[in-house]
Design a protein around this ligand. Sequence first.
Ligand code: GRF
Length: 193
Amino acid sequence: MDELSIAVFASGGGTNLQSLIDSCKQGAWDGSITAVISNNSGAYALERARNENIAACHISGVKFPERERFVGEMLRTLENHKVNLIVLAGYMKLLPVEVVRKYRNRILNIHPALLPKYGGKGMYGMNVHKAVIESGDSISGATVHFVDEIFDHGVILIQRTVPVLPDDDPESLAARVLKVEHKILPAAVSMFA
Ligand code: GRF
């Protein structure tokens, strides 16, 4: 495997992105994060990229209303940075099918639950943790999986569990799961490398 050139997609605060940046700096794999792409121009993830002199790219359906220009811009950005691994780290959109096809088996996603449970459309962020608590499950966790054309559906690479405590609310469970996400996402990239 040649050196990794990783594009990270994120829509929000980017703590998963930060865990990748930190692991990369500690030499967890050969290669670097060459671009951060967000659909949200205000995403703190883009700020984290700028702080590290990583290309911070705002690519959204608002900025590129015509679909073929949107997809073209995304593919051009990935090609310009010679990307050979895409990591979705809190990215709230479905990747265009053209991107999934071109980078098949080179796209990882982190999901804050034990897929295949609590996955699929609408199952993101707090919705996931609310559903887990309402179900009465005593364990939850996080999953890193390969991405295909269906939300949260591809082959699973790593899962790690956390307990659901009787007095948990969605926020306390989310915080416990997030800590595990920050561990298994860099581990999955190292495995891929
Ligand atoms: C994480 O819980 C991730 O699993 C979910 O969105 C959140 C992203 O958090 N998809 P951050 O932006 O990495 O802090």
